[in-house]
Design a protein around this ligand. Structure first.
Ligand SMILES: C[S@@+](CC[C@H](N)C(=O)[O-])C[C@H]1O[C@@H](n2cnc3c(N)ncnc32)[C@H](O)[C@@H]1O
Length: 270
């Protein structure tokens, strides 16, 4: 099998860490996600995955975050027979295969052009009403390519920290103005997480810079959205299933002021 050689750097390179995390989790004894498409994609990539610094614990963390966002997306699709899923910064995430949406769901994946090119080469094309858009989410034009006729769930995993606050605000405002109703699901770093970003191997080694941290999720309500769920990354339910070596440090961190808000997964309605 000819493997795809990777030459990405910066934010696009970090998607290899999350992909690898989901593949490692899937190959573990008690997987949180069953992401066999991630395992297949990793096999087809020529890249030194040690650069990601992923361990069994950090892979479980990536899988837990993905599972929370999968569960919320699934709930939205259950409640809305005809809906659009707008999956921003999709990277090589195989969420569309994990969720396998029905015939009445429109699915749109978006990422930067160099990532989209790679995605087209590495992942199968999903069946059904599917579209892959190459654009920066900070640009204006691409959103017009997404029909505005249905309730829309916007999912953005591992994206907001790479943007600046004014870019996140412009994106949220554009989404809220365009679609009739929907939800926004995304994870954020807290300001402590931004301060210690270089401790994350995938960020340090790719040369990426994280900008935006959020400590008060309610403050975004000024942008026209309503907070409905706020889950600390250190309090995700699957942590209880981790072996003690992974679980105990997280339980301690979850009690430390500042540190406990290192990351969150948020659901807003509009
Ligand atoms: C940590 S990866 C997460 C990828 C994917 N969501 C996952 O969980 O595997 C960060 C992703 O954000 C994308 N990204 C960063 N800035 C972006 C922008 N302005 N527009 C679109 N995508 C962007 C990168 O290309 C990369 O795929």
């Amino acid at each position: 099998m000819e493997r795809e050689r990777i030459t990405l750097t910066g934010a696009p390179e970090t998607m290899l860490a999350t992909l690898y995390g989901r593949a490692l989790d899937t190959r573990s004894r008690e997987p949180i996600l069953n992401d066999t498409a991630a395992v297949d994609a990793v096999r087809r990539i020529d890249y030194d995955f040690r650069r990601t610094g992923m361990t069994a614990s950090s892979a479980a963390g990536v899988a837990m975050r993905a599972k929370q966002l999968d569960d919320w997306t699934r709930e939205f699709l259950r409640a809305h027979d005809h809906a659009t899923v707008l999956h921003l910064a999709c990277g090589l995430d195989t969420r569309v295969f994990r969720l396998d949406p029905g015939p009445h769901t429109r699915w749109v994946d978006v990422d930067l052009p160099q990532v989209v090119t790679l995605r087209e080469r590495l992942l199968p094309v999903p069946t059904g009403d599917y579209r892959l858009i190459a654009a920066s989410v900070t640009d204006d034009g691409w959103l017009a390519e997404v029909p505005d006729d249905r309730p829309t769930v916007v999912v953005a995993e591992g994206l907001t920290m790479y943007l600046r606050e004014h870019e996140v605000k412009a994106l949220v405002t554009r989404v809220v103005d365009r679609f009739p109703s929907g939800e926004l699901l995304f994870d954020v770093y807290g300001s402590f997480g931004i301060r210690v970003q270089k401790l994350v191997p995938a960020v340090r080694r790719s040369g990426a810079t994280l900008h935006w941290g959020l400590d008060d999720p309610r403050s975004l309500e000024e942008w026209g959205v309503t907070l409905v769920e706020d889950v600390r990354s250190l309090e995700l339910p699957e942590i209880a299933r981790m072996p003690a070596s992974g679980r105990v440090p997280l339980r301690i961190m979850a009690k430390l002021p500042g540190v406990k808000d290192v990351g969150r997964i948020l659901k807003y309605r509009f």
